[in-house]
Design a protein around this ligand. Structure first.
Ligand SMILES: Nc1nc2c(c(=O)[nH]1)N[C@H]1C(S)=C(S)[C@@H](COP(=O)(O)OP(=O)(O)OC[C@H]3O[C@@H](n4cnc5c(=O)[nH]c(N)nc54)[C@H](O)[C@@H]3O)O[C@H]1N2
Ligand SMILES: Nc1nc2c(c(=O)[nH]1)N[C@H]1C(S)=C(S)[C@@H](COP(=O)(O)OP(=O)(O)OC[C@H]3O[C@@H](n4cnc5c(=O)[nH]c(N)nc54)[C@H](O)[C@@H]3O)O[C@H]1N2
Ligand code: SF4
Ligand SMILES: [Mo]
Length: 738
């Protein structure tokens, strides 16, 4: 679309969506007249007509425009020369990036070049990045940070229902269901406007059960809060199914007509009797009974999971067990009932459908399926035999960087693994050992600081593109302002790199043109977007996939049949197993990790937004006062948290809301307080998702010398953002004079 002309009459406001989480709240951008130097050029105003958030935004959404004009933004490409990143021109940076990738491919083979993407990228970027890897680089090794986020629920979804869409119904249905079991989601902090649906549901007489080792602001108003030991959700779900069966609440009719595999699920549930489940999970038998009573009493019900049960080395089985509970009680494939996963990143859903996942082609097609390869090969104009096969999963890709047989040069777009990958010190070392690292980002993230080439990207309000929210609703972001001079869109970058790698055609820089091709590539796949156009998205409040040509889209799935070949949902055959690492004498406590309201992910964007950084200025360790007394620490004391991977330092925050055998750390910071220095990269055998939600640690008061390190780091952290600006500033001066 054409950008508003800022010189004449005030241009009209532009309707768009928040740059952050998967709720993709609607917002309106109003151009500010006159545009002040250093100001974003737009202000965010309410957009009450968008149904998902009806005008409400959280603090991150409200402050999102600040980063558009932030002094921390990259505004010119950087290349490393003599150890320092220096500003350069776009043609030089692109030449350098293309030549290092090509050099690696020539020397070590095509699979030695890797690509790492992100679930925050638009559908168009995700699609073009996948095509870039398979067609321009011809490497098998592409994966993305969604592997850290959504993959377990996705795999369980497909196994049970034959199709994976986060929620099989619109959010509005949540407000009208009889009982919600919310497992390991703290949406009061992670998608605040969605709280409204739970409030409405309870106000209408519905029941809410929250399962979380911490009594969060989400758990506080629940009718029942179950507080399990981290990593034991699988046993809990099996135990609830046991009670459902024992108390005669099974929906025999539904099981007979719409499912397969109940007998095995039943046998496994019978081995998980309430007292055994209490021993494993710490959830008292009486509370298990109460949960089953509330869930089965209500005529309709939903189980919604988020990262709590999913980010485990048995996440797929765990989600499968919660789905079993829905199927056994007939709470699936019927109005106002079902299982859903609350996706996380802005495009957590669409990001995994269009080919940046190691094993997938666009339209949610399998890269090993000959028919899928033939279809996509035809759209891309290449012989299907020339398409690479499946590559390594995210952690496995990062873990083998710089090694023999591993990826030697990496193109990274939309992720900051130095902060967000598990076992992060090791992964940082792997990134350092690369022959070349090319990073596309809006700021100089901790990962971009390690790069040889940094390409500055345009942001959400500066470019068009579609996103698919947690409901499977495809929505459209509109450009409202031009990017700063020196900044280009990611699509431009891919277009230019592809041309330099010999692909002059097939990589358009225009978002709508890319979307038109995506429609064809997805046609006939599970995630069929072929009937979705920019125009239709604009006119409606988004369009739900699947949407084959000429149809209206599908807000509600599975009401007539499930998407399996026989139309029946499949029970999962699962039984309890412990976390990959359980407490022992040396590491006697559970560590779990997650989020706080004001920071987003690796913090690359929100730590650079002053208002948000003031609200959540640094890392902390949440622990129960009883545990604090036992180890002799008080509020604010600096703690050393040690796991088998390393040690992190952060101040104590005492809270009666957490289990006394567990400590919690948010993962938004780098430096000594980085939670991911500690986390265990044990992977789920099916989804290859790491166990962020549980590992074993020791917690003690930090020794005196550590206090000095942490204080020094804290000062560096506080001034860190200034340093980023200065690094580039110095390099600029140097670049100009040379
Ligand atoms: N403010 C903010 N909002 C965000 C994000 C952000 O970084 N900041 N990120 C976005 C993204 S990408 C995502 S994926 C979502 C994540 O959204 P959520 O899943 O809601 O966030 P988390 O804090 O990771 O985890 C949720 C809860 O799981 C609990 N938990 C820990 N271990 C276990 C366990 O073993 N079992 C159970 N049942 N619960 C457990 C934690 O105590 C925590 O309260 O948020 C999105 N929204
Ligand atoms: N311990 C622990 N670790 C976790 C988790 C946890 O619960 N606990 N959760 C995991 C989960 S669910 C997730 S999703 C990951 C997320 O962690 P990351 O993958 O690190 O995600 P972000 O911090 O969102 O990183 C996005 C990067 O891309 C940049 N960026 C934003 N928009 C664009 C764009 O349009 N183009 C380009 N080129 N760059 C852009 C941002 O500035 C930022 O540097 O973290 C995982 N890590
Ligand atoms: S809830 Fe998510 S999408 Fe909505 S304003 Fe907050 S960060 Fe943005
Ligand atoms: Mo996520």
């Amino acid at each position: 679309m054409t950008l508003p002309d800022m010189t004449s009459a005030p241009p009209p406001p532009v309707d768009t969506h928040c740059p952050y989480c998967s709720l993709q709240c609607g917002m309106r951008l109003r151009p500010v007249e006159p545009a002040r130097a250093g100001a974003p050029g737009v202000e965010i105003v309410e957009r009450p007509d968008f149904p998902v958030n009806r005008g409400a935004l959280c603090g991150k959404g409200h402050s999102a425009a600040e980063l558009l004009s932030s002094r921390h933004r990259l505004t010119a490409p950087l290349v490393r020369e003599g150890g320092t990143l220096r500003e350069t021109t776009w043609p030089r940076a692109l030449d350098r990036a293309a030549s290092v990738l090509e050099k690696t491919a020539t020397r070590y083979g095509r699979d030695a070049v890797g690509v790492f993407g992100g679930g925050g990228l638009t559908n168009e970027k995700a699609y073009l990045l996948g095509k870039f890897a398979r067609v321009a680089l011809r490497t098998a090794n592409i994966d993305y940070n969604g592997r850290f986020c959504m993959s377990s629920a996705a795999a369980a979804h497909r196994a049970a229902f034959g199709l994976d869409r986060g929620l099989p119904f619109p959010m509005e249905d949540v407000a009208r269901t009889g009982c919600v079991i919310l497992v390991g989601s703290n949406l009061a902090d992670t998608m605040p406007p969605a709280l409204r649906y739970l409030r409405e549901q309870q106000a209408a007489g519905g029941r809410l059960i929250v399962v979380d080792p911490r009594r969060t602001r989400t758990a506080e108003p629940a009718d029942l809060h179950l507080q399990p030991v981290p990593g034991t959700d699988l046993a809990l779900a099996l135990g609830l199914l046991h009670l459902v069966i024992a108390d005669g609440h099974v929906d025999e009719d539904f099981i007979a007509t719409r499912t397969t595999g109940f007998e095995r699920a039943r046998a496994s549930a019978m081995a998980h009797w309430p007292e055994r489940v209490e021993r494993i999970t710490g959830v008292p038998v009486a509370q298990q009974r109460k949960a089953v009573e509330l869930f089965t009493e209500a005529g309709t019900g939903m189980v919604l999971t988020a990262r709590g049960p999913e980010q485990q080395s048995k996440g797929v089985d765990t989600v499968g067990a919660w789905i079993n509970l829905c199927l056994a009680t007939g709470r699936a494939g019927r109005p106002l009932s079902g299982y859903g996963c609350l996706t996380g990143q802005g495009n957590g859903q669409g990001g995994r459908e269009h080919g940046q996942k190691a094993d997938q082609l666009p339209g949610y097609r399998s890269i090993t399926d000959p028919a899928a390869r033939a279809h996509v090969g035809e759209v891309w104009g290449i012989d299907p035999d020339d398409l690479p096969g499946p590559g390594r999963s995210a952690y496995e890709l990062l873990d083998t960087l710089g090694t023999d047989g591993g990826v030697r040069s990496l193109l990274l777009m939309g992720s900051n693994p130095v902060v967000s990958a598990p076992n992060a010190e090791h992964i940082t070392e792997r990134l350092r050992s690369l022959d070349s690292l090319v990073v596309c980002d809006v700021v100089l993230s901790e990962t971009a600081r390690l790069a040889d080439v940094v390409l500055p990207s345009a942001q959400w309000a500066e470019e068009d593109g579609t996103m698919t929210n947690l409901e499977g609703r495809v929505i459209l972001r509109h450009a409202a302002v031009a990017p700063p001079e020196g900044v280009r869109t990611d699509l431009y970058t891919l277009h230019e790199l592809a041309a330099r790698l010999g692909c002059e055609k097939g990589f358009p820089a225009d978002a709508e043109e890319v979307f038109e091709e995506l429609r064809q590539a997805s046609a006939g796949g599970d995630a069929d977007y072929s009937g979705i156009t920019y125009d239709r998205v604009r006119k409606q409040d988004g369009v739900f996939w699947p949407c084959p040509d000429g149809e209206e889209g599908t807000p509600r799935l599975f009401l007539d049949r499930f998407a399996t070949p026989d139309g029946r949902a499949r029970f999962a055959d699962v039984s309890h197993r412990p976390a990959a690492e359980v407490p022992d004498a040396d590491f006697p406590l559970h560590l779990t990790t997650g989020r706080v309201l004001a920071q987003y992910q690796s913090g690359a964007q929100t730590r650079r937004t002053p208002e948000l950084n003031r609200a959540a200025p640094g890392p902390f360790v949440e622990l129960h006062p009883r545990l604090a007394r036992r180890i002799g620490v008080g509020e604010g004391d600096l703690l050393a948290v040690t796991s088998r991977r390393g040690r992190a330092l952060a101040p104590a925050r005492l809270s009666g809301a957490i289990r006394p055998d567990t400590v919690f750390m948010p993962f938004h910071w780098a430096g000594p307080g980085r939670a991911n220095t500690l986390t265990n990269p044990a992977l789920d055998p099916v989804s290859r998702m790491p166990e962020f939600k549980v590992c074993a640690v020791r917690v003690e008061k930090a020794p005196a010398e550590a206090t000095e390190t942490a204080e020094a780091a804290e000062t560096a952290e506080a001034t860190g953002m200034v340093e980023v600006a200065e690094t580039v500033e110095t390099a600029k001066t140097a670049g100009e004079s040379s």
